[in-house]
Structures are given as structure tokens and as C-alpha cells.
Design a protein around this ligand. Structure first.
Ligand SMILES: Cc1cc2nc3c(=O)[nH]c(=O)nc-3n(C[C@H](O)[C@H](O)[C@H](O)COP(=O)(O)OP(=O)(O)OC[C@H]3O[C@@H](n4cnc5c(N)ncnc54)[C@H](O)[C@@H]3O)c2cc1C
Length: 433
């Protein structure tokens, strides 16, 4: 029996679902946001390193990140309100991207120039002057720690490019809750601890959802923002087979270790260092957060079921990621036991996201976020709203692509770049996107 109906149902109350709920509710729609978990932002969002950077492989990805950062920097103004429980905030650190042979630096820096993103090219001496904690050696290629050449002295020196504008969000779960505060102020209803067990449809259009206990809720618009569960939700909706690019859960670890005293959020920066196989950033409280950049020598940990994975950091990956970072930052303090977390990315086949409609009328997705899209949460609600409104106006995004004009640059982001029907994008095939 149908118990209620809404203009839109948003499945997932992570940072993306909360952002989508906010934009749909702000546009005057009645919205139900529903989550199986007990807290807004308690899914993979809560594990995010929340890095904000702009070095992506394609124009639309770079522009999205740049526009999204502008909104993070004035987050309260963008939401139009202040959450009395506290606002997440942007911590500026800058971002250093180090080179590897044949990488996409020429493409990315050409896009930076086109968009107007300031950056500087740095050689090893300039890097050492800016960040004396970093070793100047070029350690490429990344190696397993038991490789006899792991500790070899480097023969050449690093180079890279740096932008002052990068940083991170101090509390990603809080950011999701800020979005939801604003979404609820615009009328969004929130249902936690409730799992969506089926997506109801006719041959051509979505009808609504069924939740645990068998209750049915109707809506002409249903948005899949299920994070690592998004594949199973696309399967429930019967749209998986039409997708040229799909996504799957992938296990990842992020380790948190004590930083050298001189490496703080003021003096240190985000460092993308694929030459040793990691990214790292300064954390609050004198720490360094370390994640993987998926070096070829490590096996990817795909998870068949988003509910079944080891949520604890393992000694093997801890050793690999922390010792690799210690090559770049020799004064890193290395604890004896793993410290950090493990969680899932919703990784797409080309590590670019899926923000799209589907052939099932009214069924949309914001998924495939591939460990690199937290930063874009301030744009993703706008993207989905634009797709929903275009569909309502009879525009078929699959043949006549929708675009969104950024507030900061006035440039158009072509949403077909994030289509499920795209040819796989030419990316780094890693979290760098
Ligand atoms: C370890 C890690 C580090 C990261 N670091 C960065 C970074 O530095 N920078 C960056 O930009 N991005 C980063 N990311 C990526 C970013 O954090 C994610 O892309 C983003 O948080 C995903 O948000 P989401 O709302 O889509 O998913 P989630 O936060 O996972 O939310 C999905 C929600 O859907 C709910 N759900 C699922 N299925 C159902 C169902 N059937 N019924 C009801 N509810 C359901 C879940 O309970 C969950 O709360 C990182 C991700 C991870 C895991």
C-alpha cells in the first residue's frame, strides 16, 4: 500500500544525497531523503580525506572542481544559512602535484590556463625551498616495500606544479549535515535507519520505492545517491545493463600518522605523489593523512558486496603507504601499529563520476564518485537539479546534453562528460581522476 508521495525521493544521506536534497527542495519540490544508516554523512563521506584540488584529466572535471571550491569557500552564503550546530570549513593549504614520466601535466596545466586557475611550475630546488620537509629525489616507479630496490637512492630529482588554492574541508560529515540542515529548512523530510529494498517502476518510468517492512512511497523522481551501494540500486532499478560506464565498490585505506613538527596546515600542502604511489595532506592536530594513488604494483581491492569488507586498516597496506610517504618525508613519525581507517570508494571504470539521467523516466544517479568527488558536492546538487528540470521540460540529455554555468567563471560545464553512456574518459585510472 502506498503511504505517501513526494516530488522526489533521494536515496542516500551522504554529502551527495544531502546536496541533491538541498537543491531539489530549494527549487520548491517536496523531497524525502532516506538512508539505511543512523546518521547523515555516516557512510563513506565520514571517511573522506576531503581534499580540494583541481588537477583532473578533463576540462569539465577541472572546471567542476574549481567552481565547487568557490562554493566551499563561501559555504554558508551558498547554503543561504548557518547551521547552529557548526559549519564545516575550508582549510587552505595549497596543492603540489609531482610529476611522473609521461603524465598528464601538459594537459592539466593547459586547462588551468584556459580556466584561469593560478599555478606555478616548480623544480626540485623551488619545492625544497617551499617545503623543506620533502625529499627532492625522484623515486619513480612506486615499489612494494619488500622490493630490494625500495630503498635505493634516487638518481634524478622531482619537479611538479603548485597551486595555492587547494586545501581540505575540516569535517566532511559535518559538511553533509550542513547540507541537510539547509535541505530540511527548505522542507526536505529525512528518514534514517530505513533501507530501500526495491525501486518500483513501469516498463518506462519510475514509480517510487519500497522500504524495509514493505511500505511503498511514490515519487516521479528517484535519485540514486547510494555511494558504494549505488551499483546495487542501479541493478534494482533495472538500468545497469544500459550503462557504458558502471561503478563498483573498492576498499581503500587512509592512514593517519604524526607529522614532523614543521609540517602543519600552515606550512605543509596537499601532495599528490604518484611517483611513490601515495597522496598525503596535513591534518588537524599535527598529523599527516596518507592515501594510495593506486600504483601498478599494488592489487586493487574490489569488494563484491558493499556490506562485506574489512573496516580496519591492515599492517600490509599501512606499511606500504606510510613507508612510501616516508621516502618523500624522511622525518615522518612512524607508529608501530596501523592507525587510520578503511572504507569503500564507489569506483567507476574510468575513475570519473556518473551524474546522469537514465532511460527509466524519473530515475537519476549521482554515483561513481571514485574517491575523488567529495570536493564536488557543492556542485552535484545543482547538476542533478539541472538534469531533473531538463527532463521535466522534455530535453533528452542523452542526445541534447545539459550544461551548468559556473558562478565563479561564467563557463559552462557539459554534463555529458559524466554520462553513463560516455566512452570511457582518458584519465589517470586512479583516484587522481
Ligand atoms: C577513504 C576515502 C577518502 C576519500 N578522500 C577524498 C578526498 O580527499 N577528496 C575528495 O574529493 N573525495 C574523497 N573521497 C570521496 C568522497 O568522500 C565520496 O565521493 C563522497 O563522500 C561520497 O558521498 P556519497 O553521499 O555519494 O556516499 P556516502 O557518504 O557513502 O552515502 C551513501 C549513503 O547511502 C545510503 N544507502 C546506500 N544504500 C541504501 C539503501 N538501499 N537504502 C537506504 N540508504 C542507502 C548509505 O547508508 C549511505 O549513508 C574519499 C572517499 C573515501 C572512502
Amino acid at each position: 500500500m502506498t503511504e505517501a508521495s513526494y516530488d522526489a525521493i533521494v536515496i542516500g544521506a551522504g554529502v551527495m544525497g544531502a546536496s541533491v536534497s538541498f537543491e531539489l527542495a530549494k527549487s520548491g519540490r517536496s523531497v524525502l531523503c532516506i538512508d539505511a544508516g543512523p546518521a547523515v554523512g555516516g557512510g563513506s563521506t565520514s571517511s573522506s580525506s576531503a581534499i580540494i584540488r583541481f588537477n583532473y584529466s578533463t576540462f569539465d572535471s577541472v572546471l567542476t572542481a574549481w567552481e565547487a571550491a568557490d562554493r566551499w569557500k563561501r559555504f554558508g552564503a551558498y547554503l543561504g544559512m548557518t547551521d547552529p550546530d557548526g559549519m564545516a570549513s575550508f582549510v587552505p593549504t595549497g596543492c603540489l602535484a609531482l610529476d611522473t614520466p609521461g603524465d598528464n601535466r601538459p594537459t592539466v596545466t593547459a586547462i588551468f590556463r584556459d580556466i584561469g586557475i593560478p599555478f606555478e611550475d616548480l623544480d626540485a630546488a623551488a619545492i625544497a625551498e617551499k617545503m623543506p620537509d620533502l625529499d627532492r629525489g625522484d623515486f619513480y616507479p612506486p615499489r612494494p616495500v619488500d622490493d630490494p630496490r625500495f630503498a635505493d637512492d634516487p638518481e634524478t630529482e622531482i619537479a611538479g606544479y603548485y597551486t595555492d588554492e587547494g586545501g581540505f574541508i575540516d569535517d566532511p560529515m559535518r559538511a553533509a549535515q550542513n547540507f541537510m540542515f539547509a535541505a530540511r529548512a527548505h522542507g526536505t523530510e529525512l528518514l534514517l535507519n530505513t533501507e530501500v529494498t526495491a525501486i518500483r517502476r513501469t516498463d518506462t518510468a519510475v514509480l517510487g520505492i519500497t522500504i524495509d517492512g514493505g511500505r511503498e512511497i511514490d515519487a516521479p523522481v528517484v535519485v540514486n545517491v547510494g555511494g558504494p551501494a549505488s551499483r546495487s540500486l542501479n541493478e534494482m532499478a533495472g538500468v545497469l545493463d544500459e550503462m557504458n560506464v558502471t561503478s563498483r565498490p573498492m576498499r581503500q585505506e587512509v592512514h593517519v600518522v604524526e607529522a614532523p613538527a614543521t609540517w602543519t596546515t600552515d606550512s605543509g600542502s596537499l601532495v599528490s605523489d604518484p611517483g611513490v604511489g601515495v597522496y598525503f595532506r596535513p591534518g588537524l592536530g599535527g598529523t599527516v593523512l596518507i592515501g594510495s594513488s593506486e600504483p601498478e604494483c599494488d592489487e586493487l581491492q574490489w569488494a563484491d558486496d558493499h556490506r562485506d569488507f574489512n573496516p580496519n586498516p591492515t599492517p600490509e597496506l599501512f606499511e606500504a603507504q606510510v613507508l612510501r610517504t616516508a621516502r618523500r618525508m624522511p622525518e615522518l613519525r612512524i607508529p608501530l601499529a596501523p592507525v587510520g581507517l578503511a572504507d569503500l570508494y564507489d569506483t567507476s571504470e574510468d575513475w570519473a563520476p556518473l551524474y546522469d539521467k537514465t532511460s527509466l523516466e524519473g530515475f537519476f544517479m549521482a554515483c561513481g564518485t571514485s574517491g575523488n568527488q567529495f570536493k564536488n558536492a557543492t556542485m552535484v546538487g545543482t547538476f542533478i537539479r539541472a538534469l531533473v528540470e531538463a527532463a521535466a521540460a522534455g530535453q533528452d540529455h542523452d542526445v541534447d546534453p545539459v550544461s551548468v554555468v559556473g558562478d565563479a567563471t561564467g563557463k559552462a560545464i557539459d554534463l555529458s562528460a559524466f554520462s553513463r553512456l560516455r566512452d570511457k574518459s582518458n584519465t589517470t585510472n586512479s583516484v587522481l581522476g
